[in-house]
Design a protein around this ligand. Structure first.
Ligand code: NAP
Length: 338
């Protein structure tokens, strides 16, 4: 497939709805000529596209997230730079972010893009530590929902992924003892050596319930869940009194949302006087500016790191969702387009 030139756009559309994992056969990479630029529009060369777990839930045809129909472009947040403008508010070279769609060159109403003043470089930071569905989500889940206190035990699942990496680091900044759950010995070493977590559990090779009992014999105070399924049950079985279970996501369930496996140990909530609370980051619009400010400060002074996993080229987008669901990424998964 040829790379985009300034006369063509390359975009990724949905071919058919997956039942089970979303693989490259469900997506099509196609070229199209660029449309004429109309007044009030800008043209953006996309630099990075965010790969989010929610892309899979958008392919189902019904559900909480905006749905994508066969033939439509795959939704993806992104960052890029203006290469052509017919809007007074934007100049060539301006950095922008927004819902770009899985494509190389976006032609859009200028008002649909957020201009980034004095942007942090590389722009990938706006999808990682400063991203709405990454750093900001983690900040909200920790600060507004889980609220770990100094000395409390904070456990996070999908801990080496984008949201989990940041959630654990914020809990650590807030004085909690942090245990991450991730797949494989390399990811577990990464949690301790790179992210500074206190302990790690390899759910692919260890008994999560038994390890939680070893590492937190008095119980866990906050469980920040990105995974659902058996890992959620293991955490529920180990709650301390007045624990908080934060339902951020449940990636283990997204491939078969017609048959979601619920937690069987939910009665531990009653027994331990605990609560379970879900959220989506856009339920907390007022929290986004303070989250961005604090995350930017931590990123600048080095107290927060956001490892990135980059797949090269728009042609890698069709494999990216499966790559994430197989646990290929450590840190924030993105496609670098240009
Ligand atoms: N509430 C909100 O507003 C909001 C916003 C954004 C994202 N989220 C949620 O946050 C979670 C993480 O999203 P993300 O974009 O940051 O992805 P991510 O954590 O960067 O990537 C997903 C990771 O999940 C793990 N995983 C995949 N399948 C699994 C399974 N069956 N069991 C256990 N672990 C599995 C994999 O790591 P391993 O190698 O460790 O298996 C994979 O790397 C998702 O549940 C997502 O829906 C919620």
């Amino acid at each position: 497939m040829p790379r985009s030139t300034m006369s063509t756009n390359q975009r990724v559309t949905l071919v058919s709805r997956p039942t089970g994992p979303a693989t490259s056969e469900h997506f099509l990479l196609e070229s199209e000529p660029l449309p004429e630029l109309e007044s009030g529009q800008i043209r953006v060369a996309v630099e990075y596209l965010s790969i989010d777990a929610a892309i899979r839930t958008m392919l189902r045809g019904q559900g909480f997230h905006t749905q994508i129909a066969p033939g439509e472009i795959i939704r993806a947040g992104g960052v890029g730079r203006v290469v052509e403008t017919a809007d007074d508010g934007f100049a060539v070279g301006d950095a922008v972010r927004g819902q770009m769609g899985a494509q190389s060159i976006l032609t859009t109403k200028a008002s649909r893009m957020e201009k980034l003043e004095n942007p942090v470089e590389p722009l990938s930071a706006y999808l990682g530590a400063l991203g709405g569905s990454t750093g900001v989500t983690a900040w909200i889940g920790v600060r507004e929902v889980g609220k770990p206190q100094p000395g409390e035990i904070f456990v996070v699942s999908a801990a080496a992924g984008a949201v989990g990496s940041i959630a654990g680091q914020i809990a650590k900044i807030d004085g909690a003892r942090v245990i991450g759950i991730a797949g494989g010995p390399e990811k577990c070493a990464h949690l301790i050596e790179v992210l500074g977590f206190d302990d790690a559990i390899d759910y692919k090779n260890e008994d999560v319930n038994a390890r939680l009992k070893e590492l937190a014999p008095e119980g866990i105070n906050v469980f920040y869940d990105n995974v659902g399924g058996p890992i959620l049950d293991a955490a529920l079985d180990n709650l301390a009194l007045k624990a908080r279970v934060v339902i951020c996501g449940a990636i283990s369930q997204y491939d078969d949302m017609d048959n979601v496996t619920g937690p069987s140990l939910y009665l531990r909530l009653a027994e331990r006087q605990s609560r379970m609370e879900g959220f989506a980051y856009f339920h907390y619009m007022d929290s986004i500016p303070p989250a961005m400010e604090e995350l930017s400060g931590w990123l600048a002074d080095g107290s927060l790191v956001m490892p990135e996993e980059i797949l090269e080229g728009i042609e890698s987008f069709p494999e990216a969702v499966q790559f994430m669901y197989q646990g290929g990424n450590t840190g924030k998964l993105m496609v670098k387009v240009s």
